[in-house]
Design a protein around this ligand. Structure first.
Ligand SMILES: [Zn+2]
Length: 365
């Protein structure tokens, strides 16, 4: 497993560098190809190819499909390997993208091997889909992964597990980004302040209002994280804008939040507001994962592994498949820490364990 992980990691694959991502896709595809599986590389204009691998059941009567989903793109620019080489130390494997989520792809590969070697034949077709742009919002892969998820009875997402205990992610917050734009009126701050409408003032008043919508108990968070406005200190600001990060655990809260944003009214006389954007990934509510999680927990306990669950604050492609109503279990990938940071790593001895859990899930679905 480590040898394959090393190979995948050495093929650097930032979402935004197509030539490198394409090369990585070939390296990954070759491993599946070796196993005699049907591998499709689906080329993209501006991104790396998506990889679709199909395993067909021998049983002719079999029906249905299982989707094993993940991404091979990383947030690291090419050349990162020089500062952050692939290495194994103290039972951990380090390197750019190992945890998020190349080790997950390796585990899926070995889960498949385990099924083959034990002559376990899942009753359903299995599609493994490794995409190239999850880290930048899945624009080029969204249609593809949604259409596969629609055809599937379950989706297993190989994103990293949560925390050292390897918790599965049975709920994920919905994620969005909105922009609040304020149009005011410029005027000389000294000669005619009363003729201006200060867009910066209006924006700060609106942000104070928006702050009150935070509700950590319900998992709702609203954060204006980037603001811009004004031109010069003696000119009453004509324009101001804020980019706002939106998160919610429930669909109803998400809709309420969008509604409240759209209904914002100006506070200063003469100011005008414009709201753009909203949620791009809807929440993955726990009920979409509950049955799959119960089965995973039971299968794991038969192997002497205790499996827990958690809610993730970030979104993944699991949000997209869950939104279609397809049962989705996320966080099945590697156990480790430090995603998107210099100490990103996976715990080596957990890799076969996680592969075994996935194999058992595929065999019993
Ligand atoms: Zn990821």
């Amino acid at each position: 497993m480590l040898e394959v992980l090393r190979k995948f990691t050495l093929a650097e694959s930032p979402s935004t560098e197509k030539a490198f991502a394409d090369r990585c896709a070939e390296v990954i595809a070759a491993e599946w190809d070796k196993r005699g599986l049907r591998v499709n590389l689906i080329p993209q204009k501006a991104r790396g190819s998506h990889i679709r691998i199909v395993w067909k059941p021998t049983e002719l009567r079999s029906r249905g499909q299982l989707l094993v989903l993940g991404h091979y793109d990383t947030v690291y620019a090419t050349g990162t390997l020089k500062k952050m080489p692939f290495r194994i130390a103290g039972g951990k494997a380090y390197g750019p993208g190992v945890f998020d989520m190349k080790a997950g792809i390796v585990q899926a590969l070995f889960a498949f091997d385990a099924l083959q070697q034990t002559k376990t034949h899942p009753g359903k077709q299995i599609v493994f889909l490794w995409t190239s742009d999850e880290e930048i919002g899945s624009e080029s892969s969204r249609n593809l992964l949604e259409s596969e998820a629609r055809r599937s009875d379950a989706v297993f997402v190989l994103e990293p597990a949560l925390g050292p205990k390897g918790l599965l992610k049975t709920a994920r917050k919905g994620v969005g980004e909105a922009e609040l734009i304020v149009h005011g009126k410029a005027s000389h701050a000294g000669l005619a302040p009363e003729k201006g409408v200060n867009a910066v003032h209006e924006l700060t008043l609106q942000i104070a209002r928006i702050c009150d919508w935070n509700d950590s108990r319900r998992g709702v968070s609203v954060n204006a994280d980037v603001i811009k406005g004004g031109t010069r200190v003696n000119v009453i600001a004509e324009h101001a804008r804020a980019q706002i990060d939106l998160r919610a655990l429930r669909n109803s809260d998400m809709r309420a939040l969008e509604e409240k944003l759209r209904n914002l009214k100006p506070i200063l006389r003469g100011a005008k507001l414009e709201v753009r954007g909203g949620f791009s990934r809807v929440p993955m509510e726990r009920n979409v994962s509950a049955a799959l999680f119960a089965r995973a927990k039971k299968l794991a306990s038969q192997m002497g592994i205790s499996l827990g669950e958690a809610t993730a604050g970030g979104g993944s492609d699991g949000n997209l498949t869950a939104a279609l109503g397809t049962p989705t279990l996320d966080g099945l990938g590697a156990v480790g820490d430090g995603a998107h940071s210099a100490h990103e790593h996976v715990v080596v001895k957990k890799m076969p364990e996680r592969a075994a859990i996935l194999a058992a899930l595929l065999a019993t679905s």
